[in-house]
Design a protein around this ligand. Structure first.
Ligand code: ASP
Length: 316
């Protein structure tokens, strides 16, 4: 039986069956299934967990269905401002990038920061400069803009709200829905050698204040990996996930409190909910347990357990 495990998410939120057309639902399912199957094949071929989570997130960043990279949601200025982080469970090496505008693959910029090793996090235009200096692919901000994201921002501005990508807005089911394009993306993996890794990438929240960082790039909040305990990638209302230090709290409950991954993840998410936050997370334990809890109505997710069979789910 293989030791490898893999899970990905494409965001959590109020995912209303009535607003998700069968065609669009099939697109989500196919995409997640395809990426999970590829990640699993790489793990089966001996690829390290860190490479596998980066590759999976790159594919999700390229897919305009999801709120990361191409198709990221827009801030109040109508610009995609991108956050991402990656962490290696072997040694807690980490790289994170916040509020950057240029890299086509923000997760690979985070990986470059991890590899370079001087710093853990770079933000804003200087993060973009680092990407250019490292020879990473950079694009014009227009690359990230999609018509749906502009529509979604116009609605949020008109209603004066800052929203998760998946927050429902009432509209006719046959209309193209901005909510059809959902979610921050993330991946967690355990490779054949027992090493854990986590990666998360996002445009954040629609109509966010320029300069706002969410939980995704905060090591210990939206992204965490330590071989001793677990790898975690979160999605949801980032301010609550930061204040609950979600990834690290799951780790600490396991390391110091002896809780199982499932107990720890559920307890932390309960706390997020008590404070008023919604969302979910994907986590893999050092023992191979896969846990995908949420307190929202749905979370786009796929996972591969011991049987090597990719599975996909959307609703709770
Ligand atoms: N957690 C992300 C943020 O707050 C949003 C999301 O998960 O969709 O930036």
């Amino acid at each position: 039986m293989s030791l490898a495990r893999f899970a990905l998410h494409g965001g959590a939120g109020v995912i209303d069956r009535k607003l998700l057309s069968p065609t669009r639902e099939a697109q989500y399912r196919d995409e997640m299934q395809r990426i999970a199957a590829q990640a699993w094949a790489a793990l089966a071929n001996g690829a390290p967990a860190l490479d596998v989570v980066e590759q999976a997130v790159r594919q999700l960043e390229d897919c305009p269905l999801f709120n990361a990279g191409h198709g990221a949601v827009l801030n109040r200025d109508g610009v995609a401002e991108l956050d991402a982080a990656i962490m290696d469970g072997r040694n807690r090496a980490a790289g994170a990038v916040g509020a950057c505008f240029a890299p086509r693959y923000p997760i690979s910029l985070a990986r470059a920061i991890l590899e370079q090793g001087d710093h853990v996090m770079l933000v804003g235009p200087n993060a973009d400069r680092f990407a250019l200096a490292r020879g990473l692919e950079c694009v014009d901000p227009a690359y990230f803009l999609t018509a749906d994201r502009q529509h979604q921002l116009a609605l949020a501005l008109a209603e004066g709200r800052i929203s998760l990508d998946h927050d429902n807005v009432q509209q006719a089911p046959d209309q193209p829905s901005p909510q059809d394009k959902t979610g921050t993306v993330g991946a967690v993996a355990r490779d054949q050698y027992g090493n854990l890794a986590a990666a998360t990438s996002t445009g954040g929240m629609t109509n966010k204040c320029p300069g706002r960082l969410g939980d995704a790039p905060i090591i210990g909040a939206g992204t965490w990996a330590d071989n001793q305990t677990c790898a975690v990638s979160a999605t949801g209302h980032g301010e609550y996930f930061i204040r609950c230090v979600v990834g690290y709290d799951i780790h600490a409950r396991m390391a110091y409190g002896g809780q199982s991954l499932v107990e720890a993840a559920q307890a932390v998410l309960r706390r997020v909910g008590e404070m008023g936050g919604t969302g979910g997370l994907i986590a893999i334990g050092a023992d191979g347990t896969v846990s995908l809890p949420m307190n929202s109505e749905g979370m786009y997710r796929a996972w591969v357990g011991a049987d090597g069979r990719p599975q996909v789910a959307i609703y709770r």
